[in-house]
Structure formats: C-alpha cells, structure tokens
Ligand binder design. Structure first.
Ligand code: 2AM
Length: 176
C-alpha cells in the first residue's frame, strides 16, 4: 500500500480551495485538478510499504497540542509538462515542529523519507497550463482568507479505484 501522513481540511477551507481551483480551471487550457474530497496537506510521504502497523505506532507516538494554520499565497512549482499549482501555508512554527516530529518518528521506525526541505502546500492541480493573461498575484489576493484548527493528523492510504485517485484514512492521531 501507498501511505502518507496528512492534515485533513474542514469544509470552509475546502470551499476556499475549490474557489481557487475554479478560477484556475477557468483560465486553463489543460490541467489535472484535485477533487474536493482529496484536498489535504501532506506532512510526510511514506510511499509503498506493507508496514501499516509500524506506521500506526510511529504516528501514535506523536505528542503535540492543537494549533491554527492559515492558508495563504497561491503559488506554483514550474514543470515542463504543465505546472503544479498550490495554496501555501503562512509561516507556522507549530506546523514545522509537528512535521519534524512526524518525520523523526517515521525515520526511527525504519521508513526512509525524502530529505528535501518541507514546503507546506495544498496541491490544487497538476500539469496545469494557463492561457496567457492570467494574473496569479491579483487572483490570489482576491481569494477569501482561510484558517484551520488542526486537531489531528492522519495516516492516509493513496489508492486508485476504477481509475479514480482516492485517499483513505487508516489511522487518526489526535493532538491534545
Ligand atoms: P503533492 O500534492 O505535492 O504531489 C499523496 O500522493 C500526497 O503525498 C500528495 O500530497 C503528494 O504531494 C505527497 N507526496 C510527497 N512526495 C511524494 C512523492 N514522491 N510521490 C507522490 N506523492 C508525494
């Protein structure tokens, strides 16, 4: 199975992100946009493994208090076949500390994670090609602000069912 650790979003954050997706779609000549159900923030990508119990235990060892995070700053990673567009997260020490704790627990449990720096982002679409004349900065500023109370982290399984990408929660670790 393919696993990752994520923060799930509430309906109002998803509303804001879906507004952003609709705006991008309206200006796109091509794009593979995230489904509302799949919107999330990834803390750590584990990848293919059959060690579900070990991942559950690692997550179960996490100790952190709930915190608030703010979605901000529309951005993109440039790619030759079309860009990845995302919503970023405002600088957040609690989020960074949580991500480091999760990565350390998974590493200690024997999972090998990517070493690259954590850049918190919520992917809105991949392989996105926009028509000329799209003003990303102005569009980003037009989006309503969104905040999330983070009260849990979740071990998610990524799988395809009849060709549709689905993220299924396998273990929830509350923050308290
Ligand atoms: P992304 O949205 O930036 O692609 C499930 O695939 C989640 O794990 C996605 O949020 C994805 O981030 C993240 N992820 C991180 N590294 C990944 C990798 N090497 N392959 C696939 N997904 C990865």
């Amino acid at each position: 199975m393919r696993l990752f650790v994520a923060i799930r979003l509430d309906a109002s954050c998803k509303d804001m992100l879906c507004t952003a997706i609709a705006g991008l779609k309206g200006h796109a000549s091509h794009g593979n946009f995230s489904r509302r159900d799949n919107l999330h923030l990834t803390l750590a990508f584990i990848g293919e493994t059959n060690r579900l119990d070990a991942a559950n235990q690692a997550l179960g060892s996490i100790r952190a208090e709930p915190f608030t995070m703010e979605l901000s700053s529309l951005g993109r990673f440039q790619r030759s076949g079309g860009d990845i567009w995302w919503m970023g997260v405002a600088k957040n020490d609690a989020l960074s500390a949580l991500q480091q704790q999760v990565a350390a627990a998974l590493t200690k449990a024997g999972f090998s994670l990517e070493k690259r720096t954590f850049r918190p982002h919520l992917t809105l679409g991949r392989e996105v090609v926009l028509k000329p004349g799209f003003h990303a900065e102005a569009f980003g500023k037009s989006l309503p602000p969104a905040r999330l109370q983070v009260r849990e982290i979740v071990l998610m399984e990524s799988r395809r069912s009849s060709g549709v990408l689905q993220y299924v929660p396998r273990f929830v670790q509350p923050l308290r």
